[in-house]
Design a protein around this ligand. Structure first.
Ligand SMILES: Nc1ncnc2c1ncn2[C@@H]1O[C@H](COP(=O)(O)OP(=O)(O)OP(=O)(O)O)[C@@H](O)[C@H]1O
Ligand SMILES: [Mg+2]
Length: 280
């Protein structure tokens, strides 16, 4: 798709407002708010335990927030169940890969497609009748489009359990794409990847946005990738947004530098962030 909306002018496709999530005494999220503009690549960063995955789980409906709201395309979806959110167009991957390991790549991707069609991934495991008639369209969609796009044709019949980590991550992304999302949520898409795998994944993320106009919301620790790809960066620390803005603004923010280093060597991280920007 050619007409990607300008990130700064459109109404937000996703709005997180004053989200609070408590686990017993621990506030994993404490008044988190930000907008995701349509067609943008928005990154959520922050130190370990900052609340990034909790945020993803709350946005996708796996956790119910203690307070605050999640709005998708202008509608309040805070109380909408997770499978329904997925069918509405919020698809996600997981920090720890959540594929069906005993199944093939293709079957895993089909599950994503069925989740979209029927809103129930488990029902899709036993699909009959109507869903069967959708098989032809399904094959065309899945095999010709997503598998080609992600360059996983050579492994379509391979068992997921047998694949190296980088490829499994790619299959997980394929499954999320099979849901035909409006917003693709990626939790640490390049964690554990080598440089080549990371570069491939970065290219796929850019292409997802450019070719299909899909908005991307990602959690990522790889600073070079975040600075390179993102239009907007949200920084979490101890469950709160401590900074947000364009990558250059965020990396110059002293609070961000401090959050990453604690009381440590600020100049080292500054140099690292600058290096990441220069490499972009
Ligand atoms: N299911 C849970 N039960 C209790 N506490 C939890 C649960 N999930 C997360 N927490 C706590 O909430 C806080 C935020 O955790 P979260 O996993 O969201 O952080 P994160 O930013 O994703 O970290 P990482 O970078 O290590 O993935 C932590 O203090 C964590 O221990
Ligand atoms: Mg996490």
């Amino acid at each position: 798709m050619s007409a990607v909306p300008s990130p700064s002018t459109a109404a937000p496709i996703l709005r997180v407002d004053a989200l609070t999530l408590a686990f017993g005494g621990v506030k994993a999220l404490n008044g988190v708010g930000f907008d995701v503009q349509p067609g943008s690549i928005t990154a959520v960063i922050g130190p370990n335990g900052a609340g990034k995955t909790s945020l993803f789980n709350t946005i996708s409906g796996f956790y119910r927030p203690t307070a605050g709201s999640v709005q998708f395309e202008g509608a309040d979806i805070t109380r909408v169940p997770a499978p329904r959110r997925a069918a509405m167009g919020l698809a996600r991957s997981f920090q720890n890969i959540a594929l069906f390991r005993g199944m093939t790549v293709l079957d895993n991707i089909k599950l994503g497609r069925h989740a979209h069609l029927k809103t129930n991934v488990f029902e899709a495991l036993f699909y009959v009748g109507r869903a069967r008639r959708e098989e032809a369209e399904l094959r065309r969609d899945v095999e010709e489009c997503i598998i080609d796009f992600l360059e996983i044709d050579h492994i379509r019949h391979a068992s997921v359990a047998a694949l190296p980590y980088g490829l499994r991550k790619r299959v997980e992304m394929a499954r999320a794409l099979a849901m035909q999302p409006k917003v693709l949520m990626l939790d640490e898409p390049v964690a554990g990847m080598n440089r080549e795998e990371t570069e491939d994944m970065a290219r796929f993320i850019l292409d997802v946005r450019r070719e299909w106009g899909i908005t991307v919301l990602m959690v990522e620790h790889d600073m070079a990738m975040v600075m390179d790809l993102s239009d907007h960066v949200v920084v979490l620390n101890f469950g709160q947004v401590i900074a947000q803005g364009r990558p250059q603004e965020v990396q110059a923010n002293p609070d961000v530098v401090r959050a990453y280093l604690g009381a440590g060597d600020v100049s080292t991280l500054r140099a690292k962030l600058r290096g990441a920007a220069a490499a972009a």
